[in-house]
Design a protein around this ligand. Structure first.
Ligand code: DAH
Length: 350
């Protein structure tokens, strides 16, 4: 191999060994720089004869060209490799779906509450809301609940600060206190008419909302929902309760052949009292009796606490559990799912 071939081979090898563009430029300087091997050879031509200049010059030019080509190739290869690493480092999957703002929706129990309100409003009821921190008076006493009733124990009721020892504050254990609150307000508006012996418009109201008890398992949560109903007038009977509640259940479950059963029961604030059970005729729960509400004719003591004369005013009340209605409607078997806040569960109701 002549000297020039060896030079070109050496250049190729050192270019190949250059791992970075900076290494490569250093290697280039050794061959093509001001004091590089090729440059030195070119300078050496001056001392040669014209004929030798021609042949040697041409050979050196060929070698220079070969070295420049090798340099260009290596530059390109290093640039390609750098781009490749950069692309890998900044890997971008253009097939991924874009980031969107998640679409929210109403909680299943809220959907039920809206449904309950719409159905009762269509039957001439209004909707009332009241405080979740209640006084012992509205929650128990005004509702004819005896001083020693077990529901009043710390075991069942969350007592909160405020109020006095005799009249403590608590988290309402049911929505029934809204019977008193709403009726008292209603009666206040018609006090003058009532005192003059005139009659007042009927009280027809539902009161949905959160309620609290010291209780927690698959079917009980310390916070749950109730919806109270109250209908008071001069001529309201248990028959009206049956008609209204039957119509409500059939509309709510979209099931015309749904059957209701009023099973005798006891509540301090109603007399007589009944537990309301429903029975589906079709579907997975067909034939089973399912309890959905408590109800009854409003107790005379409660009517009195509303500011009305129980000899003249009579009516009925009911209290149902919207959580349970939601479980039945959607086939949910664990109440806690409603309150865990798991979006995978909740998004199914969007
Ligand atoms: N407040 C009762 C409870 O929490 C439910 C209830 C029963 C409400 C009978 C009523 C009623 O209005 O008449 O268990």
């Amino acid at each position: 191999m002549n000297e020039l071939d060896a030079l070109v081979a050496g250049a190729r090898e050192s270019f190949a060994l250059a791992a970075t563009p900076a290494d490569l430029e250093n290697a280039k300087a050794r061959y093509l720089g001001k004091t590089g091997r090729i440059t030195e050879l070119m300078k050496g031509l001056a001392a040669l004869s014209v004929a030798e200049k021609k042949t040697h010059g041409a050979a050196i030019n060929l070698a220079k060209q070969a070295i420049e080509d090798a340099l260009g190739n290596r530059r390109q290869a290093l640039a390609d490799a750098e781009l490749e690493t950069q692309l890998k480092a900044e890997a971008l999957d253009v097939t991924l779906p874009g980031r969107q703002r998640g679409q929210g929706g109403l909680h299943p129990v809220s959907l039920t509450l809206e449904r309950i309100e719409a159905i009762f409003c269509s039957q001439g009821f209004e909707v009332a809301e009241g405080p979740e921190i209640e006084s012992d008076w509205f929650n128990f006493t005004a509702l004819n609940t005896p001083e020693d009733h077990p529901a009043r124990s710390m075991h069942d009721t969350f007592y909160v600060e405020g109020g006095s020892e005799k009249a403590p504050n608590l988290l309402r254990t049911h929505t029934s206190p809204m019977q008193i609150r709403h009726a008292v307000q209603h009666v206040k508006c018609y006090r003058a008419a009532l005192d003059a012996g005139l009659s007042m418009p009927e009280i027809r109201v539902i009161a949905p909302g959160r309620t609290y008890r010291v209780d927690s398992d698959a079917t009980h949560s310390p916070m749950f929902h109730q919806c109270e109903g109250l209908w008071i007038g001069e001529n309201v009977s248990f028959k009206d309760l049956k008609v209204v509640f039957t119509d409500f259940c059939r509309t709510f479950f979209e099931s015309e052949d749904l059957v209701l059963r009023f099973r005798p029961s006891f509540f301090p604030f109603t007399e007589p009292s009944a537990e309301i059970d429903i029975q589906f005729q079709r579907g997975p729960m067909a034939g089973r009796w399912l309890e959905v509400a408590g109800s009854g004719q409003v107790h005379p003591n409660v009517v009195r606490n509303m500011g009305l004369d129980p000899e003249r005013y009579i009516g009925f009340a009911f209290g149902m559990g919207p959580d349970r209605l939601t479980m039945l409607r959607y086939g949910v078997n664990d109440l806690r799912l409603f309150f865990d806040g798991d979006v995978r569960f909740l998004s199914q109701f969007r």
